[in-house]
Design a protein around this ligand. Structure first.
Ligand SMILES: NC(=O)c1ccc[n+]([C@@H]2O[C@H](COP(=O)([O-])OP(=O)(O)OC[C@H]3O[C@@H](n4cnc5c(N)ncnc54)[C@H](O)[C@@H]3O)[C@@H](O)[C@H]2O)c1
Length: 255
C-alpha cells in the first residue's frame, strides 16, 4: 500500500532538485505523477529515474509555466494523461538577484512572474479539475525568504514573490474549502539543489555560516522538502489546510 495510491499528482519543475525529489517520492508512494519543466533533458532524466524505480510518471517539457498558454497547456495535457487531477505541487521557480538600487525592473518582473504569477496561472488552470474531482490538495513551495531577509543574498524580489505565494495560499484555503480543496505551503531554508550547489561549494561563500545559524547544524537536502510535500499531498493531512511547514532545520525558530 502506497501513501498516494490512486492519486493523480501534478508537480512543476521536476527537472530541478526539489521537484525531482518530490516526483520520485510521490511516484514511489503509488501516485501517477505528471511533471514538467523548461529543461526537457532534466525533465526526461527524472521520468527515467521514476520509471526505473517502478513508479508511474510522465512529463511535458519544454513548457514555460509563466505564460497563460504554457500553464494551461501543461495542466490540460497532464489531466488528459492522468485522467484528472487530485494534487498540484507548485514547485517550479526562477529567480534573479541584486541589491535594490541595482536590480533592474526587468529582473524584478522576471522574478515575480516566475515565482508568483506562475503559481496563480497554474493553480487557476488546475482549479476546475480539482473541483471536478470533489476536492484535492495544492502544495505551494514558498521559502523562509517570505518572512525574513538574508545577509548572504540580495533576494528582495525573491522574498516579495514568496511572501505573495503565502498570501495567495491563505486566500485559496478559503476559496477551496467549500470544494474540499486543501491548500498548504512548505517553506524550505537553504537546500542543496543544482541551483544552490555552486553557492554552497564556494569556499568564501555562506555555507559555514548557514550551517552555524541552523539549530540542526546543516542545510537541507531535496528529500527533506519532498517528505514534507508528500505529507501534504497525502490523505494523512486530510484536515490540514493553511499550514506553512518550515523545512529549515529549526532556523525559523531563532532570531
Ligand atoms: N534550493 C533552495 O535553497 C530553496 C530554498 C527555499 C525555497 N526553494 C524553492 O523550492 C523550489 C524548487 O527549488 P530548487 O532549488 O529545486 O530549484 P531548481 O532551480 O533546481 O529547480 C526549479 C526547476 O523549475 C524549472 N522552471 C523554472 N521556471 C520555470 C517555468 N517558467 N516553467 C517551467 N519550469 C520552470 C527550472 O527549469 C528548474 O528545473 C522553488 O520554488 C524555490 O524557490 C528552494
Amino acid at each position: 500500500m502506497g501513501r498516494l495510491d490512486g492519486k493523480r499528482v501534478l508537480i512543476s519543475g521536476t527537472g530541478g532538485g526539489i521537484g525531482r525529489a518530490a516526483a520520485l517520492r510521490c511516484a514511489r508512494e503509488g501516485a501517477h505523477v505528471v511533471g514538467c519543466d523548461l529543461n526537457a533533458e532534466a525533465s526526461a532524466e527524472t521520468v527515467a529515474l521514476a520509471r526505473a524505480a517502478g513508479g508511474r510518471m510522465d512529463a511535458i517539457a519544454p513548457v514555460d509555466l509563466a505564460t497563460e498558454d504554457g500553464a494551461r497547456y501543461w495542466v490540460d495535457s497532464a489531466a488528459a494523461l492522468a485522467g484528472g487531477i487530485d494534487v498540484l505541487v507548485n514547485n517550479a521557480s526562477a529567480i534573479r538577484f541584486g541589491p535594490v538600487d541595482k536590480l533592474s525592473f526587468a529582473d524584478w518582473s522576471f522574478t515575480i512572474r516566475n515565482e508568483l504569477d506562475i503559481v496563480f496561472l497554474v493553480t487557476r488552470a488546475a482549479w476546475p479539475y480539482l473541483v471536478a474531482a470533489g476536492g484535492g490538495s495544492v502544495v505551494n513551495v514558498a521559502s523562509i525568504s517570505a518572512s525574513r531577509g538574508a545577509f548572504f543574498m540580495a533576494q528582495n524580489a525573491h522574498g516579495a514573490a514568496k511572501g505573495g505565494v503565502l498570501g495567495l495560499t491563505y486566500q485559496l484555503v478559503v476559496e477551496g474549502g467549500p470544494h474540499g480543496i486543501r491548500v498548504n505551503a512548505v517553506s524550505p531554508a537553504m537546500t542543496q539543489t543544482p541551483h544552490t550547489t555552486p553557492l554552497l561549494a564556494d569556499s568564501g561563500g555562506p555555507a559555514a555560516s548557514i550551517a552555524a545559524r541552523t539549530p540542526l547544524g546543516r542545510w537541507g537536502q531535496p528529500d527533506d522538502v519532498a517528505n514534507a510535500i508528500l505529507f501534504l499531498c497525502s490523505d494523512e493531512s486530510s484536515h490540514v489546510s493553511g499550514a506553512n511547514i518550515p523545512v529549515d532545520g529549526g532556523a525559523a525558530a531563532v532570531g
